[in-house]
Design a protein around this ligand. Structure first.
Ligand SMILES: Nc1nc2c([nH]c(=O)n2[C@@H]2O[C@H](COP(=O)(O)OP(=O)(O)OP(=O)(O)O)[C@@H](O)[C@H]2O)c(=O)[nH]1
Length: 131
């Protein structure tokens, strides 16, 4: 089965990072994720991320650096999840795809019910920001 490329933003506002809970009716409903989405034909990863964040969250961010990529095999197919560290100047409270948003400390990330593909990214982030 094809590998689907998904981009996500690790969006910082000061020391806190944004995670979003997928709406119940979506795939992986109820799981928390870093917001983003599927890369479309003809888009770069960065263009795709900026587009998704505006579409879903009406959030304009600065992409600071490419962070960490991971491949995860779900029952219905595999995704490659490409993450970027971003900074946001404003805080958003509404999403078209999520029913809750939370700004959390990096060290607390694994206490949330993250989408399985996001767990290696969260672990890497905790390692990077520890001490
Ligand atoms: N945006 C995003 N998607 C993720 C993450 N982790 C993860 O496994 N995914 C999965 O990657 C796929 C693409 O995400 P998406 O946000 O574009 O989903 P979508 O609404 O276009 O499609 P879908 O609802 O049909 O699955 C979804 O199946 C989603 O569950 C993540 O951190 N961010």
């Amino acid at each position: 089965m094809d590998l689907i490329t998904v981009v996500c933003g690790i969006i910082f506002k000061d020391d806190l990072v944004l995670i979003c809970r997928r709406k119940a009716e979506k795939s992986l409903g109820g799981y928390w994720e870093f917001p983003g989405g599927k890369v479309e034909d003809g888009e770069s990863d960065e263009e795709s991320l900026l587009r998704e964040l505006i579409e879903e969250l009406n959030l304009k961010v600065k992409i600071k650096q490419h962070f960490f990529d991971t491949v995860h095999q779900y029952d219905n197919g595999a995704i490659e999840l490409i993450s970027f560290i971003c900074e946001s100047e404003n805080i958003t409270s509404e999403s078209t795809d999520h029913d809750q948003l939370a700004w959390v400390k990096v060290s607390d990330l694994l206490g949330w019910k993250l989408a399985p593909a996001d767990i290696p990214i969260a672990k890497e982030l905790i390692e990077k920001f520890k001490g």
